[in-house]
Ligand binder design. Structure first.
Ligand code: HH2
Length: 283
C-alpha cells in the first residue's frame, strides 16, 4: 500500500493535508442541482466566494456548467462567459487557491491564465488535450470517476465491483497523467459520488474510501447536499445539511483529505471535530 498523501501541489504552492481541507463550491449556473441561479450574476458570485473564504474555505471550486444527472452541456464560450470575470476578480482578491470545475481544455486553459491553480475535471481528464493543459501549466488536478456523461449516467449504472472498477480507472488515469509529465503530488483523485452510481454504489464507495486512499494520492470527496443524503433520511431537498455533515465526517474517518461543499461555515466547524477524533488532534 502506498503512503498516505501529505501535500497536494498546485500552480502557486501546495496544500498541506495535515487536516481536512474544505473546498467551497461556487456554481455560476442557472441550473445546478442545489444552488442553480443563486450566484448567476458575477457580483453575487464574487461576494459568495469572498464569504466562503471568510468562513474558512481552504480553496474555491468555480464552475460554469452543471453536471447534475440529465443536464445538457453548455458551449465553451458560454461557460467561459460565466466564470471568466469571477475567476479573474477572485484571483486578485483571495489568498486561497482557485480550482476550475470544467471538462473543457480550452476553458481550463483560460481559467489558468486568469488565475486558477487547479483543474477539477469530473470526466477524469479523458480528453488528452486536457492532460496537456494540466502538464504544461503545472496546475494541480482533480481526476474524478464518472460513468459515461451527465446526460445519461444515471440511466442504469452497473458495475461488477464498483470500488475495484473506480479504483482501477483512477489508477490508470494517474499513470496517464504522470506519463504526460504531471507531477505525482499534483494529482488528487475523487470517486465521483452520484456520477453514474446507484445508492448502493455511492454507499459502497464511501464505506471503502480507504481503498481509493491506498492509491497514495489526495482524496477529494463531494457529498454535499447530494440526493443520496435525502434518501437516507439525512435531510430534505431544501436542507440536506445534517446528512451532508455526517457523510463528510465519515468520509474523513475513511481517509478523505478534501471535502467539496456548499455550506462552508458549518463544514469547517464539523471538520475541526472530525479531525480531532479521526486524526487524534487536540480539541
Ligand atoms: N460534484 C459536482 C460537481 N463537481 N467535482 C468533484 N471533484 N467531485 C464531485 O463530487 C463533484 C464535482 C456536482 O455538484 P454541484 O457542483 O453542486 O452541482 P452541479 O453539477 O449541478 O453544478
Amino acid at each position: 500500500m502506498a503512503d498516505a498523501a501529505k501535500v497536494w501541489r498546485h500552480r502557486t504552492g501546495e496544500i498541506r493535508l495535515d487536516r481536512t481541507r474544505v473546498m467551497g463550491i461556487l456554481n455560476i449556473t442557472p441550473d445546478s442541482f442545489s444552488d442553480g441561479g443563486r450566484y448567476f450574476n458575477p457580483d453575487g458570485a464574487i461576494r459568495h466566494g469572498l464569504e466562503m473564504v471568510e468562513h474558512g474555505a481552504d480553496l474555491l471550486d468555480v464552475g460554469g456548467e452543471s453536471t447534475r444527472p440529465g443536464s445538457d452541456p453548455v458551449s465553451a464560450d458560454e461557460e467561459w462567459r460565466r466564470i471568466g470575470p469571477v475567476i479573474r476578480d477572485l484571483a486578485a482578491k483571495v489568498d486561497v487557491p482557485l480550482s476550475v470545475d470544467t471538462m473543457k481544455p480550452e476553458v481550463a486553459a483560460k481559467a489558468i491564465h486568469a488565475g486558477a491553480s487547479i483543474v477539477n475535471d469530473v470526466s477524469g481528464m479523458r480528453e488528452p488535450s486536457m492532460v496537456r493543459v494540466v502538464a504544461s501549466s503545472r496546475v494541480g488536478a482533480v481526476v474524478m470517476h464518472m460513468l459515461g456523461n451527465p446526460k445519461t449516467m444515471q440511466a442504469h449504472p452497473q458495475y461488477d465491483d464498483v470500488v475495484g472498477e473506480v479504483r482501477s480507472f483512477l489508477s490508470e488515469r494517474i499513470r496517464f497523467l504522470e506519463a504526460a509529465g504531471v507531477p505525482s503530488e499534483a494529482v488528487a483523485v475523487d470517486p465521483g459520488i452520484g456520477f453514474g452510481k446507484t445508492q448502493e454504489h455511492n454507499l459502497a464507495l464511501l464505506r471503502n474510501l480507504d481503498q481509493i486512499g491506498a492509491l497514495g494520492h489526495p482524496v477529494v470527496v463531494g457529498v454535499s447536499r447530494k440526493s443520496f443524503i435525502e434518501r437516507l433520511g439525512g435531510g430534505e431537498s431544501g436542507d440536506r445539511l445534517p446528512g451532508s455533515l455526517a457523510a463528510a465526517s465519515l468520509a474523513v474517518v475513511k481517509g478523505a483529505h478534501v471535502v467539496r461543499v456548499h455550506d462552508v461555515r458549518e463544514t469547517v466547524r464539523a471538520m475541526r471535530v472530525a479531525d480531532a477524533l479521526a486524526r487524534g488532534e487536540k480539541l
